[in-house]
Design a protein around this ligand. Structure first.
Ligand SMILES: Cc1cc2nc3c(=O)[nH]c(=O)nc-3n(C[C@H](O)[C@H](O)[C@H](O)COP(=O)(O)O)c2cc1C
Length: 708
């Protein structure tokens, strides 16, 4: 059934939205093509925070339940917490290793065990039946070596989804899951030797993966930035020499101490002040020339998203038009300790290492070469300069595909904040500056950027001051060292304190954008005031990009922010998880009323990409299921635009109970996690009986619906 057209304010893909800000919406008299009644009725008033669904799709609910729904706010802050186990560390824990504590503010969530009934030894997991590799553990190995026994008793039957054909093998002609694949019968056979012996073999290229690598299951088709286990082991044993960082940190410690002494002597002591300058020693290393980066109207940015922004999800977004992507935030210290889970976050899909779209209409950094640029950047946070600096050296040494290194100065999570990292850096600008300077020195040609919030507290917005510092450096440091070298700043228009209840403040973002524009325009003045030798410290050839972030949920808002807030580009977080085709809307400059079956194809893609990234074995499959459910915990919030009375849709509006235009659309809107599991079963087969899922969002309506 075609649905009546929603009311919309005039706009164009070029962003010519008239004098209306996205936040102010006007109603247009648009008559319904299908519903005479709806066309003649007076438009229903818009209730703050509530999505106005066309009457014909509303489900009557008792008044009390409706009130509870309106009062209910989804706590997206909770979703930023990190509670994800990674399959490799899980496997380790199942092997009897000590279970590592998961990071993140939220309570540890349990997802059940993801393993075969009996564990197959890696020495036989990828090889033909008669040619196992030597088992590293010899007689002490308690895993199964008898392949036929494993296939009979050690694992589930093959799955029937995807016609029983392994999606990974179908695409790549090989399957890294080997004998553990849950679509095994599609890529194995029994061959008969001349002597009559029958041997099970994997077909395709799978058998080639055995032999050289200790962990052939680490290799994944199309996955880049895979760091060999040897490197992680060396890091864990402190055997990686970080000499650039060591030299720089030694200098930094002396300089900081000298400056501290000088500062404590009091400002009136001119002699002492001169003394500091006289004693100042140049740092042992200078930042090298950085690859230039670019942010523009044609490069919508996918936000760094803990848990949600995993590789399969980013791949889907890139396919739908995202031009720039970020890893989930990694913590510096675990990276330096070689922890697998954090290094796994650094992986990128091959589609992310291609150049972003480049059809510039705005400023371009001098010397920008689009062919050398790529989409994928990495985000870290750290509580101390030495951690950030050493992480920068380590990451740039071992990851070949890095657009930039972003410092997260916005993470609100208690555990991160209290350690002095994430949004705590907003209140320690001198420390942040030292981090960025040092990272710049040791990161080779990889640029350094920062993602900030408006401030920590609601009553004190500090971003403007911080941006000035990131652009030029603190007064003392600027004179000696030039600018810190921050190539871009992203501002999320909220404070740490405010959580997600209030709208992002695009007015404040606009003020900061104007400030940066001024900085960029006066950079030539700056060049006069700093010493010639420090010119290379000016970020990005003297141009610092500025990206705005917060609540963007349609191409209309995207272009509105470009036009009115005058940011270089807009970063999109929750909007992309709820409707990943927002990037396609931006590219086409129009709303796309995706049908439920189209939306289902995105779910299927996520599953395929999940299996490619994590494996089509029990472990990988359930990992895929778990992250699919995380995705669905946002995806269900999409209200098809054909059901809305008003456009643009708003991220912060919650719908009353409604039904979709067909059963599938209704199912996709369900807030009940049991329905999400049902959806996962369409592509991943039945969830194991012990499989559990607890969404991070603990909203009232979720509880009501999940329980009812
Ligand atoms: C589930 C989730 C995970 C997030 N993880 C990160 C992260 O790892 N690093 C980061 O800088 N911001 C993170 N954020 C914040 C987003 O990048 C973004 O700044 C915020 O969601 C506001 O943008 P939006 O209104 O478009 O969602 C996360 C947000 C959400 C909802």
């Amino acid at each position: 059934m075609a649905s009546p057209q929603p009311r919309e304010r005039p706009t164009s893909p070029s962003g010519e939205t008239g004098d209306e800000r996205a936040s102010k919406r006007i109603k247009l008299d648009v008559s319904s093509p299908t519903s005479q009644d709806a066309a003649h009725k007076a438009p229903r008033p818009r209730v703050k925070g509530l999505a106005t669904i066309k009457e014909e799709y509303l489900i009557p609910v008792p008044a009390q339940a409706a009130r509870a729904e309106v009062a209910d706010v989804i706590d997206d802050d909770a979703a930023e917490g990190r509670t994800a186990p990674d399959p490799a560390s899980q496997q380790a824990s199942q092997k009897g290793g000590r279970r590592k504590k998961q990071k993140g503010q939220n309570k540890e969530r349990e997802f059940g065990t993801f393993s075969d009934a009996v564990r197959l030894c890696n020495s036989v997991a990828w090889t033909p039946e008669f040619s196992p590799r030597p088992c590293k553990h010899g007689d002490r190995c308690n895993a199964l070596h008898d392949l036929r026994k494993y296939l009979k008793e050690g694992r589930r039957k093959d799955l029937e989804v995807f016609g029983g054909k392994c999606p990974v093998w179908e695409t790549h002609g090989k399957c890294p899951a080997g004998w553990r694949c849950l679509f095994l019968s599609s890529h194995m056979k029994e061959i008969e030797h001349e002597d009559g012996r029958k041997e099970l073999v994997l077909v395709g290229d799978a058998s080639k993966t055995s032999g050289e690598d200790d962990e052939p299951n680490e290799a994944r088709p199309g996955v880049m930035n895979i760091v060999p286990p040897r490197v992680k082991l060396d890091l864990s044993r402190k055997k990686v020499n970080l000499d650039k960082s060591d030299k720089y940190l030694e200098w930094l410690a002396k300089d900081t101490e000298m400056y501290r002494k000088h500062y404590n002597k009091g400002k009136d002591d001119v002699e002492e002040s001169m003394d500091y300058r006289a004693q100042y020693v140049e740092p042992p290393l200078k930042p090298s020339e950085k690859r230039r980066i670019y942010f523009g109207r044609e490069t919508p940015v996918l936000a760094p998203l803990t848990t949600q922004g995993n590789l399969p999800f980013r791949r889907l977004c890139v396919e739908l038009g995202a031009q720039l992507t970020y890893s989930e935030m990694a913590l510096g210290l675990p990276l330096l300790q070689g922890q697998k889970a954090d290094w796994t976050l650094m992986r990128a899909h091959e589609s992310e290492i291609t150049p972003p779209r480049f059809t510039p209409s705005g400023p371009i950094a001098q010397g920008y070469d689009n062919s050398k640029d790529l989409k994928f950047g990495v985000q870290i946070t750290a509580s101390a300069p030495w951690i950030a600096i050493k992480s920068a050296e380590t990451l740039t040494r071992f990851l070949p595909h890095l657009r930039l290194l972003d410092v997260n100065c916005g993470c609100p999570i208690d555990m991160v904040f209290k350690s002095g990292a994430g949004s705590a850096l907003l209140d320690t600008p001198a420390k942040l500056e030292r981090m960025i300077r040092g990272m710049n020195v040791v990161s080779g040609d990889v640029p350094i950027t920062a993602k900030i919030r408006m401030g920590v507290r609601d009553d004190k917005h500090t971003a403007q001051k911080l941006i000035e510092r990131l652009a030029f450096g603190g007064a003392d440091m600027r004179d000696q060292l030039g600018a810190p070298g921050c190539a871009a700043v992203t501002l999320h228009g909220r404070t740490r304190q405010q959580r997600y209840t209030k709208a992002a403040d695009w007015g404040y973002i606009a003020e900061c954008a104007a400030q940066i524009k001024l900085f960029n325009e006066t950079k030539s003045d700056l060049a006069d005031t700093i010493r010639e030798t420090e010119e290379n410290t000016l970020p990005n050839g003297g141009h610092m990009y500025f990206v705005g972030n917060g609540d963007c949920y349609s191409h209309v808002e995207y272009f509105d922010h470009l036009e009115n807030a005058r940011v270089d580009s807009v970063m999109i977080g929750r909007g992309a998880i709820i409707k990943p085709w927002i990037f396609e809307e931006i590219e086409k400059g129009q709303y796309l009323d995706k049908s439920a079956s189209e939306r289902l194809t995105y779910i299927e893609k996520f599953v395929r990409y999940g299996m490619e990234a994590w494996g089509s074995d029990e472990l990988g499959l359930n990992y895929t299921r778990r992250f699919l459910l995380e995705f669905l915990s946002f995806f269900n919030r999409y209200i098809p635009i054909g059901l809305l009375e008003y456009l643009p849709p708003s991220l912060n509006e919650r719908p009353p109970a409604y039904r979709g235009r067909n059963d599938l659309e209704t199912l996709l809107a369900s807030k009940n996690y049991k329905d999400w599991i049902k959806i996962s079963e369409m592509f991943l087969g039945p969830a194991p009986s012990e499989f559990k899922f607890q969404p991070k969002h603990k909203s009232n309506s979720y509880e009501i619906e999940a329980e009812g």
